[in-house]
Design a protein around this ligand. Structure first.
Ligand SMILES: Nc1ncnc2c1ncn2[C@@H]1O[C@H](COP(=O)(O)OP(=O)(O)OP(=O)(O)O)[C@@H](O)[C@H]1O
Ligand SMILES: [Zn+2]
Length: 614
């Protein structure tokens, strides 16, 4: 049925373009800042068949920019409410909402294949990379987007035509030397990272079952003294974990982290020769101090969160937040993770980081500032989201109209919208250089050997007994010297529907093939159905990587000078004298703490779990 609105849209866009839009089926991944804008654009442009997916529920902090949501929708599913509100803009549109994770197995290649275009409106690297891969595998054009503050970008991704999301290496996350975080903080971010990524997981996160990880690291030749220190620490925290879950547990935790641990560090006199010494806190003195800010009559968290907090305020908040988390931990064994919108974890991280700051003579932060820093948040700007979602819609129309010359990546820099030059796919990209093929199989019947025979039938270049190796992610299933699994059905090897199996040419002459297993039709009698030859491509010739250029040898004097920047401490940890944010990772213990820009994750990598850097 053509409505009045439709005929107006058709006049603006042209009949041909309008017909393409109204018959297209599109998917929006994410119903947050960009997703809400996109859904509004899509329903007002004449799209008739839209799916939207988001795993989250609506939070108060979303309302300033995710305008499809109102206060009465808080705690309801984002995708459901987005559908409800946007449907009212244009009742002719059929919107299907999924309150789910896009990585769930039911959203497989076949599911992705039903869409003419996928529009990405996500906020994290992991989900973006997954959608990129699914779109490459299903040959579905993806229009990817992102914003930070006043900047944003839109990228059209079509396999073998344009760069994919993974073609360009993303900036390396910011890292902090472990010793700066653990022993010698000098800036608020150091105590915040400690509180969020070390203390909270130690006390309320996943419990370390035993010492097996550390024993393994010791067997692998990691520094034995260091492993012992880590073990002792782990055992001490085990006791505190238990105490915190009982009455008065906050005091036990406080005494350990702000008193006895600090006193122990003070014994390492060398450490404090050129640094200000930390000052241990006494629980009773702090609790009995009259150093509290009076409430001032308001309980509005937006106002309270922006208040400067005294020592007394922080101690009070620390005890209160620990008790709240402790009550939660007693109810369920599920690990508690930091979430800036979870009041209890935010209060705990704020109070603990501020108390640590006080110990180290660092200026404490307000809860609001801690939220920004711990969440690694650059404020989202509604207008940037609107501009980016607008560009994304235009690119979707370009793709549907096959106007590839208009599909250049768009970069928005606060005041200018720039069309960046086209870049061809990176010949060494691990995501888009693969040849993707979907293979319907009964994984409980098809053996690995039969699977390999099938590959040799499908791919001409494999016919002449070319040597192959077969992987599921990094797990080797087969190579010419490892034939143990050859008679096992794929299911016994952990491969099922939606598993990606990578086939590598041992001679490196051809690109990899990524085989995606899909379910067989119900009535199929065989254990595998061969796709028709024109439904997939043969792997291309691999582009040879240029030989790495040997770096110029470093002049000895400079190298030595750099080594002198590292000083050994009593517990064997090597510290960098300059503990600025930008300091390089600690050299000898090889442990870094990573602040990942893409999401609010901060990764702490213990030395035992990380491969050597040097
Ligand atoms: N794997 C995933 N599957 C489905 N939806 C996802 C997935 N990962 C992230 N999202 C959704 O993508 C959306 C991104 O939107 P946005 O960047 O505005 O984030 P937000 O969480 O709403 O805002 P903020 O992080 O600033 O509070 C969020 O609604 C989030 O729930
Ligand atoms: Zn790529």
């Amino acid at each position: 049925m053509t409505t009045f609105k439709d005929s107006q849209i058709a006049r603006v866009l042209g009949e041909k373009s309008f017909n393409r839009i109204s018959s297209a089926k599109i998917l929006i991944v994410g119903a947050g800042g960009i997703g809400c804008e996109l859904l509004k654009n899509v329903v007002l442009t004449g799209f008739k068949n839209v799916h939207i997916i988001d795993l989250d529920t609506i939070d108060l902090s979303n309302l300033n920019r995710q305008f499809l949501f109102q206060a009465r929708h808080i705690k309801r599913s984002k995708s459901e409410v987005a559908k409800e509100t946007a449907s009212k803009f244009n009742p002719d549109v059929d919107i299907v909402a999924h309150h789910d994770n896009i990585k769930a197995p039911q959203y497989d290649i076949r599911w992705f294949s039903q869409f003419d275009i996928v529009l990405g409106a996500l906020d994290n690297l992991d989900a973006r990379r997954h959608v990129n891969k699914m779109c490459l595998a299903s040959n579905t054009p993806l229009i990817e987007s992102g914003t930070t503050g006043y900047s944003g970008n839109v990228q059209v991704i079509i396999k073998d035509k344009f760069e994919c999301y993974d073609c360009q290496v993303k900036p390396t996350p910011k890292t902090f030397p472990v010793c700066t975080i653990r022993s010698t903080p000098s800036a608020p971010i150091h105590t915040i990272v400690w509180s969020k990524s070390y203390l909270l997981p130690q006390v309320f996160g996943q419990a370390e079952e035993d010492d097996s990880e550390l024993d393994k690291a010791a067997d692998e030749g990691e520094n034995a003294d260091e492993i012992n220190t880590l073990k002792e620490e782990q055992h001490a925290f085990k006791k505190v974990r238990q105490a915190v879950r009982t009455e008065g547990g906050a005091k036990v935790l406080f005494d350990k982290i702000f008193n006895s641990d600090v006193k122990r560090l003070l014994e390492m006199e060398d450490m404090w020769k050129n640094r200000q010494k930390p000052r241990p806190l006494e629980f009773d003195d702090c609790v009995n101090s009259s150093d509290f800010t009076t409430e001032g009559g308001t309980t509005d968290s937006a106002i309270v969160d922006q208040r400067k907090m005294t020592l007394g305020d922080n101690v009070k908040l620390f005890i209160d937040a620990t008790e709240r988390l402790s009550a939660r931990a007693r109810e369920t064994d599920d690990p508690i993770e930091f979430d800036k919108d979870d009041r209890d974890t935010l209060d705990f991280v704020s109070a603990a980081s501020n108390l640590r700051s006080i110990v180290y003579s660092i200026v404490p932060k307000t809860v609001f500032e801690v939220k920004e820093m711990a969440g690694n948040i650059i404020p989202a700007i509604a207008t940037t989201n609107a501009i980016i979602a607008g560009v994304q819609l235009l690119k979707a129309v370009n793709v549907l109209n096959d106007e590839m010359d208009l599909c250049k990546p768009a970069v928005y820099l606060g005041s200018q919208l720039i069309a960046a030059p086209f870049e061809p796919p990176n010949p060494f990209c691990t995501a888009c250089r693969d040849t993707y093929i979907s293979l319907p199989v009964d994984e409980s019947k098809l053996t690995l050997g039969e699977f390999i025979t099938t590959l040799r039938m499908l791919f001409k270049v494999y016919e002449d007994d070319r040597e192959l190796s077969i992987f599921e992610k990094e797990r080797l299933l087969y190579d010419p010297d490892f034939e143990d699994n050859i008679n096992k059905p794929l299911k016994d090897l952990g491969c099922q529907s939606n598993t990606f199996i990578t086939v590598v040419d041992e001679d490196g002459e051809f690109d990899n093939v990524a085989v995606v297993l899909t379910p067989l039709p119900e009535d199929a009698s065989e254990s595998c159905i061969l796709p028709s030859q024109d439904s997939f491509k043969q792997p291309g010739k691999r582009v040879k990587k240029p030989e790495p250029v040997e770096p110029e040898p470093e002049p000895v004097s400079r190298k030595r000078a750099r080594e002198e920047e590292y000083t050994e401490t009593a517990d064997g940890v090597v510290c960098i004298d300059d503990s600025e944010d930008e300091a390089p990772p600690a050299k000898a213990n090889n442990a870094t703490i990573t602040l990942d820009d893409s999401d609010d994750e901060v990764e702490v990598v213990p030395p035992s779990k990380k491969t050597r850097l040097d």
